[in-house]
Design a binder for this molecule. Structure first.
Ligand code: SF4
Length: 405
């Protein structure tokens, strides 16, 4: 939102024409007077933005516009109440500069949360908020963390290499870069079948190949993809393969780290629907890490907002969107581009950048960017108050009305 506002301001000041290339219809609606739609290298539609949104001619344009409108969630998951994951006082720190510095930077401050079977919890925040460090620690990829994690009632070792095979099998991850996360030297059949080779060594090659082919069909790809290499896949196809690989062992929990961030809106929708289907079918619990509140609203039951490694707010999705209590949550919600040319974009929701972890501000770490900061905020760290699923860390939570009404 900040960069778009800057571009628009410079355009005005310098009288510069701007050609904005994007798949985000919300960005187009808020910034472009005119739009051109391309498909398969051909121009399929052109016109004034408002007219195209109101009365598009091409079917592909209509689909894109519809997929860019992230409304309320269709239906939320049936949460069974059985706890899948319990994270207690988990904290992650690291030494900067390749490990030479004696000072450790605190990427994640001690935090606790639970995740139930069949539930989707979103973890949101800007780059540098600690979301990915948190996910990697839960997956056992950052062994030197503090705190404990238990999974289906059993204590989990910090390092993935020390975890029992059943725990590794039941806890899977899908990464942001779909092509980069797949082994370029392996065919899709081996990529999808490999977890079975690891976790079910007694399974025959024939059964494993059949299971991989069936799984591909489940994620919307046909058997013809079995012989392909990752570089022969589009971003959406590669992400389906990554999800097939994660789901083939029927995990209890899947951690999706910005798993749809790089995809077009229409493909995003398909991937989210696929995760939802699997959740309904197998009671899958999902940790959905994202900076995109539009998508988070669509898929999650509960949202945890991180800022500089701290939980600043947590709530059930609809109440958090309707009545955010933390100024940072309000800013994240306001930063979602609206795919409607009649909605005039407001001011930049939050100015400045996340402070450096090596020199965190005193008091509330958000105070240098907070328009509501008072003297107390600059000296006293706000405690995280309340209990799951409604927690808030802001000195002024009781007095501020951030509902946006
Ligand atoms: Fe803003 Fe103060 Fe609340 Fe921090 S504690 S978010 S600075 S009002």
């Amino acid at each position: 939102a900040q960069i778009l506002a800057l571009l628009l301001e410079l355009r005005k000041q310098l009288n510069t024409a701007m050609l904005l290339i994007t798949h985000d219809l919300g960005v187009i609606a808020g910034t472009c007077e005119r739009m051109v739609v391309l498909q398969d290298g051909k121009l399929i539609e052109e016109g004034r933005t408002r007219e195209v949104f109101a009365n598009c001619k091409a079917e592909a344009t209509r689909k894109m516009i519809e997929s860019g409108i992230w409304g309320r969630p269709n239906e939320l998951a049936v949460v069974t109440g059985e706890t899948a994951l319990t994270v207690s006082e988990l904290a992650v720190s690291f030494r900067p500069h390749g490990g030479w510095s004696r000072k450790r930077l605190q990427a994640v401050m001690p935090m606790s949360f639970t995740l139930s079977r069949g539930e989707t919890v979103a973890i949101v925040g800007e780059s540098g908020s600690g979301k990915t460090s948190l996910a990697r620690a839960v997956l056992g990829l950052i062994p030197e963390h503090a705190g404990t994690i238990s999974f289906l009632g059993r204590y989990l070792e910090n390092a993935v290499t020390r975890r029992a095979g059943s725990a590794k099998r039941q806890l899977q991850m899908v990464f942001q870069d779909p092509v980069g996360s797949l082994n370029p030297a392996m065919r899709v059949s081996s990529i999808v079948g490999e977890p079975l080779w690891i976790h079910e060594p007694a399974m025959s090659t024939r059964d494993r190949t059949k299971a991989a082919a069936d799984m591909l069909v489940e994620v919307g790809l046909d058997e013809a993809f079995m012989d392909r290499f990752p570089h022969e896949l589009s971003g959406g196809q590669a992400q389906r393969v990554a999800i097939a690989r994660a789901l083939i062992v029927r995990p209890a929990v899947i951690v999706c780290d910005e798993a749809v961030a790089a995809l077009d809106n229409t493909i995003k929708r398909d991937i989210l629907a696929l995760l939802k289907r699997e959740q309904d079918r197998s009671n899958l619990a999902i940790v959905f890490i994202s900076h995109d509140l539009g998508i988070v609203r669509q898929i999650s039951d509960r949202v945890i907002v991180l800022y500089m490694g701290r939980v600043v707010e947590e709530g059930e999705t609809e109440s958090l969107f309707a009545r955010p209590q933390h100024p940072y949550t309000r800013a994240l919600i306001d930063a979602v581009p609206v795919a409607d040319p009649d909605v005039v974009p407001g001011n930049v929701p939050v100015a400045g950048e996340v402070s450096s972890l090596s020199d965190p501000p005193p008091g509330c770490v958000f105070h240098p960017r907070c328009t509501y900061a008072l003297d107390d905020c600059r000296t006293a760290i706000p405690d995280l108050q309340g209990t799951e699923p409604a927690r808030i860390a802001c000195h002024r939570a009781d007095e501020l009305d951030l509902s946006g009404n």
